[in-house]
Design a protein around this ligand. Structure first.
Ligand code: MN
Length: 250
């Protein structure tokens, strides 16, 4: 089978949290969007693989979401047992926002376990959550994933410009969504990222595009917004993102 071709990239979404996985996946496929779809618990992963089977542009990542660590910590052995079959890992990471801070120590324990196991197996691509936890996420990636040939995509990264520069030095990629482009606050950081580390994401259904949950098929607007911010043509931005994703998963 030849490599699938795509025109857009959604490097972080949750197809299984839309009311109908198949119709969203079909629209992604029709819009020629490569999709990296997260799971939030390892128990969901096998079912997601089945649902994605007919879509050659959809890959499923094996996750244990930091916001669910408090309640799903006992699924960590299941996550470990599935890792050998998974090329993509996510959603994983840390969340230090007030609502989830109670489980922060447990989250760190899980994330260290995830990073160490990925480093040992090698060749994984991880999509990483870092809400209010840019520094500890980077500290842990540096300590437990390096040196290995695994790649990290920082999803919805909202750290400072200097943290972003540190992440670049660690080899991280960045998946940018529509909501990040709507706040002036992130402009400086977004402009400082090297072109060869940029990706797009919808994080659907958790983000809103035109009053509806963002979908992979609405990534075109995100590419346009990012192109405008960085003073590039929409098409060269789009091509760079496709090349970056190809590089990452290729
Ligand atoms: Mn997410």
């Amino acid at each position: 089978m030849s490599a699938p071709t795509f025109q857009y990239v959604d490097a972080h979404c949750h197809l299984d949290l839309f009311p109908d996985f198949t119709s969203v996946a079909r629209a992604s496929q029709e819009s020629e969007t490569a999709v990296l779809s997260m799971t939030t618990t390892p128990r969901a992963w096998l079912r997601n693989l089945e649902l994605a089977h007919e879509f050659n542009l959809v890959d499923i990542a094996l996750g244990l979401h930091p916001q669910l660590v408090a309640t799903h910590f006992n699924e960590l052995p299941l996550w470990e047992s599935l890792l050998g079959e998974a090329r993509f890992v996510g959603e994983v990471g840390l969340d230090a926002s007030p609502r989830f801070f109670g489980s922060f120590d447990k989250q760190k324990e899980v994330f260290e376990f995830v990073l160490r196991n990925c480093a040992t197996q090698g060749q994984k691509v991880l999509s990483v959550h870092s809400v209010r936890a840019g520094k500890p996420v980077l500290d842990m990636v540096e300590a437990f994933l390096k040196p290995s040939d695994c790649k990290v995509i920082l999803h919805w990264f909202t750290g400072s410009r200097s943290e972003a520069i540190r992440a670049v030095a660690l080899g991280c990629y960045f998946s940018i969504n529509q909501q990040m482009l709507q706040t002036k606050h992130h402009e400086e950081m977004l402009c400082a990222l090297p072109e060869d580390r940029l990706l797009t994401e919808s994080d659907g259904p958790f983000t809103v595009c035109g009053g509806m949950p963002c979908q992979p098929s609405s990534i075109r607007d995100t590419v346009a917004g990012l192109a405008t911010l960085r003073g590039m043509s929409q098409d060269s931005m789009r091509l760079s993102i496709c090349e970056n994703y190809q590089q990452l998963v290729g």
